[in-house]
Design a protein around this ligand. Structure first.
Ligand code: GTP
Ligand code: MG
Length: 528
């Protein structure tokens, strides 16, 4: 179904290109949109100055490539794209692009603009061979609401342009505390993208979460409570699909934990309790020369820089609790930093929807370009765009989801919650929609989907349901039918089939690379 939308949008762009074959300006714009359809999803990382954007971006990629210092580069919009070979290109506001040298210092990438000032740079593009970038292109943006309005404007102009769809398909928005400027920005991001299709494609991150709890070992729990409150009280509901607390610094360092750091952390964890607690009571104490501590103040300062006091305390507790292998410790630290939850969200809400998020942006973009250059035949194309937007079920789901998050759905509250889940509000994978375990067998998926279908059909036909309610029901019914169609007819013990057939076959034709197969799809494959 997703493929059908992509194909329809692709065909439409081709049709427009034929109609405007003699107009190089329109053609160039159409080519840009056509390319965008083929490229990975673009996710921008945004937020106020020093919210921890670049650090978080590094944590997602798993390498320290985005500069987190105070240099000129933090004021420049920087794209991180997949490529087999590293390459850095500077696109100036005026003039031709030029390559920058690829320099790494102690594992960190150095972006050196040379004589060029940040104001003169339109964007930097870093092509980098990191696995994560195969699926998504990440865009690091300068801080919004910064003291320098020029820096701030760069981000807002890029993310919320007035006369075109945003160049980003989705956004991860970082905030340390909820500030009026954060809410204003998220509202304007929503409103630009909403223009035609009302989609919600933002994730809010409560960043630097370790600092919320003053570095205490339970800091993430305190941050989670705050995130839950934002989620519950509706403050962010209309502007973001979710709120995730995150200790980005710890995530970044955990993903690049070095053996020497592991050894130093292990040594500290073996100190006697009183001594250890005294040392780790504050940042000042931690770096002070101290008798009987076999880790030098310099090494301790370096640890502090990389992990923060929270990370050091947590690592020490985990090491004492049995995580005495560097890889295990790194994984556990990354998990506790909130990174796993963030990656899961990106997977189920952004990547799983990538095709229609891109198709949606393309439709809005092509529509804007055509309207600015009308000629005979434009009207028909505009009508086709409108037809795709209103008839494609994925877009109807997104519109309904946006309505659920803003005005609320015109059905009973407990039903509204279920409707939101069934249309993909918590993620588009089948088990998430149906509210069952990730590895639920096909028979369970089928019975839950059937029950939901019947419930929503009955509701649609009930005389007590008004017209607005019936429209909601119609979309939910369609989502249930689509879910049922994805479940294979034959159910059976997945494990048994696995045993009989041995290793998993590779993805068959028609399956999109990177798409998470639902359990039903697994079964299909095993039976092939
Ligand atoms: N304690 C703590 N510090 C963090 C965390 N994330 C980032 N920092 C620190 O905060 C400072 C700013 O981090 P960046 O990642 O550069 O923040 P940014 O939002 O990209 O900053 P600008 O691009 O300059 O707006 C750095 O010193 C980081 O080490 C975190 O989760 N915990
Ligand atoms: Mg930055």
């Amino acid at each position: 179904m997703t493929g059908a939308v992509s194909t329809a949008v692709h065909d439409l762009v081709r049709e427009a290109a034929t109609l405007y074959a003699d107009d190089p300006v329109v053609l160039r714009a159409l080519e840009t949109y056509e390319r965008r359809l083929q490229e990975p999803l673009r996710v921008a990382v945004a937020g106020m100055v020093k919210a921890g954007k670049s650090t978080l971006l590094n944590a997602i990629i798993g390498e320290e490539i985005a500069p987190t210092d105070t240099g000129e580069c933090t004021k420049v919009l920087t794209w991180y794209r997949y490529s087999d070979t590293p390459r850095i290109t500077l696109y100036p506001v005026i003039g031709s692009p030029r390559a920058l040298p690829v320099i790494r210092n102690d594992g960190r990438l150095t972006l050196d603009l040379g004589q060029t000032r940040a104001e003169e740079v339109e964007r930097l593009v870093v092509d980098w061979p990191a696995k994560k970038l195969r699926d998504i292109t990440l865009i690091d943006t300068p801080g919004i609401a910064s003291l320098s309005t020029e820096v701030s404007m760069r981000s807002t102009d890029f993310l919320t342009p007035e006369d075109a769809p945003s160049e980003a398909d989705a956004i991860i928005y970082l905030m340390r505390h909820l500030h009026a400027a954060d809410l204003n920005f998220l509202e304007s991001f929503r409103d630009t993208t909403v223009g035609q299709s009302n989609a919600i494609n933002a994730l809010a991150v409560l960043s630097r979460a370790d600092e919320i709890g003053a570095g205490r070992i339970d800091s993430l729990l305190s941050a989670k409570e705050i995130a839950d409150r934002y989620r519950r009280d509706g403050t962010l509901r209309a502007v973001a699909l979710g709120v995730v607390p995150m200790a980005g610094l710890l995530a970044q360092s955990a993903r690049s934990l070095r053996q020497t750091e592991f050894t130093a952390l292990a040594t500290l964890s073996r100190l006697g309790r009183a001594e250890r607690e005294r040392l780790m009571i504050s940042v000042d104490r931690f770096v002070r020369p101290t008798e009987g501590v076999d880790v030098s103040p310099e090494v301790r300062a370096a640890l502090l820089d990389r992990f923060g006091l929270f990370g050091i305390r947590l690592a020490s507790a985990l090491l004492r609790g049995g995580f005495d292998d560097a890889t295990d410790l790194a994984h556990e630290l990354a998990r506790r930093s909130g990174l796993d939850e963030l990656l899961r969200f990106i997977g189920v809400q952004f990547q799983a929807r990538a095709a229609h998020l891109k198709a949606r942006a393309t439709l809005v973009g092509v529509d804007t370009v055509l309207r600015a250059h009308p000629r005979a035949g434009t009207q028909q194309l505009a009508a086709s765009i409108e037809r795709i937007q209103s008839s494609a079920h994925e877009f109807r789901e997104l519109r309904l989801l946006a309505a659920a998050r803003t005005a609320g759905l015109p059905v009973a509250p407990e039903l509204a919650e279920e409707a939101e889940r069934l249309i993909g509000g918590q993620g588009v994978a089948l088990p998430i929609r149906l509210g069952v375990a990730e590895d639920a067998p096909a028979a369970e998926l089928r019975s839950v989907a059937m029950a939901a279908l019947q419930r929503w059909r009955t509701l649609a036909e009930s005389p007590a349901t008004d017209r607005a309610g019936a429209e909601v029901c119609e979309i939910v019914v369609r989502s249930c039918e689509a879910a049922l169609a994805q479940i294979p007819a034959e159910s059976g013990g997945r494990e048994r089939v696995r045993l009989v057939l041995g290793p998993e076959p590779t993805a068959g034709p028609g399956e999109q690379a990177g798409d998470e197969p639902g359990p039903g799809q697994h079964q299909l494959r095993h039976q092939e």
